[in-house]
Design a protein around this ligand. Structure first.
Ligand SMILES: *Cc1c(COP(=O)(O)O)cnc(C)c1O
Length: 371
């Protein structure tokens, strides 16, 4: 039986050849391939970009770069990847779990406003599935309350908001290039910002905070005589990863069109069914990383095991973080909307190696059981 995977890396001969080329050159660390990948991304976003080895590391460095201290608070939706919460606590700050707008699963600003305190320093909006919610309102809110904004745009590579590319404007944006994201570099991620202080912090901090080591490595050299002024990590990207990223970036238009078309097809086939809800997103603007439905009547387990019988893999994005032991122990809260909606969310297969027939098949099998 054909297996329809929830998500996967979509690789061609191009990526394989690019990796072999790096291996042949025998310079595997951070060098000219990383420099070239950053250059391509800087051209695309028209902003400074720093690549690192995971999206999680990108979040960590962005949070560190804005100078958070012990006890500072960051507003973040509970329904997100656990990396967001983990990296907030990693810098000693406290994640303040917020509700979501059930139509888009993006942060509910009314709830966030209720949770403001004198210790609130930043807001981290998650561009869930690729949609950004009311980003203008988020920036207005941040400005009013003097908050830094770190956009977790991991799901939204290529998405636009009011015809502007997400990541090309705003305070700080973070992307992930892990194996299944809209483009991959194996693992990987990046920080994008126009704030020169943030970017220079991130560039140094990814290389153990060895000052200006980035420039040395891009010139194929090393720093033997240097100073270190703050905490750093080994978070830099390798040439192997960048080589994959460069080839994926060149194929991006194809990935983007497929992801948008498949989401539109799901939306058309499932949007009018009484038993499911789809997110309120415009797939001419949004490039979706995942396609999520809300099960209004059926149990998720029942639907998942039915689809599994036909080789269709499904996923769950996400468990509410405020219910996980570690975060509950830091700050106990109750979020009725997130708690009610989370068990109803189901993610359907979406990646660039699927075809129209696969999506039709998933819809057919799903509609069969929803009847
Ligand atoms: C993928 C992802 C990240 C970063 O993940 P990495 O796997 O570390 O690259 C962060 N936030 C969200 C919402 C994600 O989906």
């Amino acid at each position: 039986m054909k297996q329809i995977r929830l998500s996967k890396s979509c690789l061609s001969e191009n990526e394989k050849e690019a990796v072999l080329d790096v291996l042949d050159r025998e310079y595997l660390g951070m060098g000219k391939d990383v420099q070239e990948f950053e250059r391509l991304l800087e051209e695309y976003f028209a902003r400074p970009v720093a690549c690192v080895n995971t999206g999680t590391a990108a979040l960590h460095l962005a949070l560190q770069a804005i100078g958070l201290n012990q006890g500072d608070e960051v507003l973040v939706q509970s329904l997100t990847f656990v990396a967001c919460f983990q990296m907030i606590t990693a810098v000693g700050a406290t994640p303040i779990a917020c509700e979501v707008d059930p139509n888009t699963i993006t942060i509910d600003l009314n709830d966030a406003a209720k949770k403001l305190t004198s210790r609130t320093k930043a807001i981290m909006p998650i561009h869930y599935s690729g949609g950004v919610g009311d980003l203008d309102a988020i920036y207005k809110f941040a400005q009013e309350h003097k908050l830094r904004v770190i956009e977790d745009a991991s799901h939204g590579f290529g998405s636009t908001y009011k015809n502007r590319l997400v990541g090309s404007f705003g305070d700080i944006a973070v992307f992930s290039f892990d194996g299944i994201k809209n483009i991959t570099s194996g693992e990987g991620g990046c920080v994008i910002s126009n704030d020169a202080k943030v970017m220079s912090h991130v560039r140094d901090a990814r290389l153990l905070a060895v000052e200006k080591d980035t420039e040395k490595r891009f010139a194929g050299a090393r720093s033997w005589d240097f100073d270190v002024k703050h905490q750093g990590f080994r978070y830099h990207m390798s040439n192997i990863m960048a080589a994959i990223g460069i080839e994926q970036f060149k194929r991006y238009e194809e990935f983007k069109t497929k992801r948008q078309n498949y989401a539109k097809l799901y939306q058309k086939n499932l949007g009018n069914n009484q038993s499911v809800g789809v997110l309120d997103l415009n797939y001419d603007q949004v490039v979706p990383h995942i396609f999520v439905i809300k099960l209004l009547k059926h149990s998720r387990k029942e639907i998942q095991s039915h689809l599994e019988k036909f080789g269709i893999q499904t996923g769950i994005h996400y468990q509410p973080n405020h219910l996980l032991t570690y975060f509950k122990n830091i700050k106990e809260v109750s979020l009725p909307i997130s708690e009610a909606i989370a068990p109803r969310l189901l993610t359907l297969p979406l990646h660039a190696d699927l075809n129209i027939d696969d999506i039709e098949f998933v819809c057919k099998k799903l509609l069969e059981v929803l009847k």
